[in-house]
Design a protein around this ligand. Structure first.
Ligand SMILES: [Zn+2]
Length: 263
């Protein structure tokens, strides 16, 4: 099998539209805009063969109609959300099998950011590495805002992602890493892995390089939203917010609310 290439195409202010290609055909994940995708495909001589959508937000689906214009390309998306132009409606446990490029995904239900949000898990690329496309659920050092779901739903969704193999490459849909790291350091200032990641991510952004993909193993070490059970984080929450933290869900909920107003 040919190697696969995973490319983050920048869109809008800070979105990434991920393309996966075998060197001839490409799949686009969450194309909120058509123009940058079309330009990148043309530059590489790749042909669009499928579109995968994680949730209904405009910055993830807005380019679909334009990309489909005159082309017979299947569109995969969540069964639980109202999205136009879907060819296949997916829910947890469904499989997506693509031929060109050759890709197999298992669908995960990951509600919280939106109520029907799904993620696409590829157990192994030709080199044996796993990948997940998680939209606006899990970010590098952060997680999505709770627009439609509860914090209990989001915590369960993040637990499901955290249970994937540690070397899973995590393809998030936004470059939020530096601002997320600032918050993560407020929540857990003594985390050495997090301090090292701040330095590395800062250097990457200074050169204009994406900080993604991240990995599940890395996120478990640095992402406060995957570390709500850590005593250091719970102590910070108690000190900063003067709230008593009784359990992991309380800690997660307080973290998410704090992040919403964190500047
Ligand atoms: Zn979104």
């Amino acid at each position: 099998m040919n190697a696969l290439e995973y490319v983050p195409v920048p869109a809008f202010e800070d979105n990434y539209i991920w393309l996966v290609s075998d060197g001839r055909h490409a799949v686009a994940v969450d194309p909120g805009e058509a123009a940058p995708v079309r330009a990148y495909l043309a530059k590489r001589g790749w042909q669009l063969s499928a579109i995968l959508l994680t949730h209904h937000h405009q910055d993830h689906v807005g380019g679909v109609a334009d990309l489909l214009n005159g082309q017979d390309v299947p569109v995969y998306g969540p069964a639980g959300e109202s999205i136009e132009r879907l060819t296949y409606r997916l829910k947890s446990g469904d499989r997506v099998s693509l031929v060109e490029p050759a890709l197999e995904f298992r669908v995960l239900d990951v509600p919280g950011h939106t109520s029907g949000h799904i993620a696409y898990f590829q157990a192994a690329d030709p080199a044996g590495t796993p990948h997940v496309f998680c939209g606006d659920t899990l970010f590098a050092c952060g997680c999505g805002r709770l627009f439609e779901g509860t914090s209990a739903q989001m915590l369960k969704s993040l637990d499901e992602l955290a249970a994937l193999p540690g070397d899973t490459q995590v393809h998030c849909a936004h470059e939020y890493t530096l601002s997320n790291i600032r918050f993560a350091l407020a929540a857990e200032p003594d985390n050495l892995a997090l301090q090292a990641w701040r330095d590395k991510a800062t250097a990457l952004r200074e050169r204009g390089v994406p900080t993604l993909p991240t990995t599940i193993g890395h996120e478990k070490a640095v992402n406060p939203f995957l570390r709500a059970d850590q005593p250091a984080i719970q102590t910070t929450l108690a000190e900063q917010l003067h709230e008593s933290v009784l359990d992991r869900l309380t800690a997660f909920t307080l973290l998410r609310e704090w992040k919403n107003r964190f500047r």
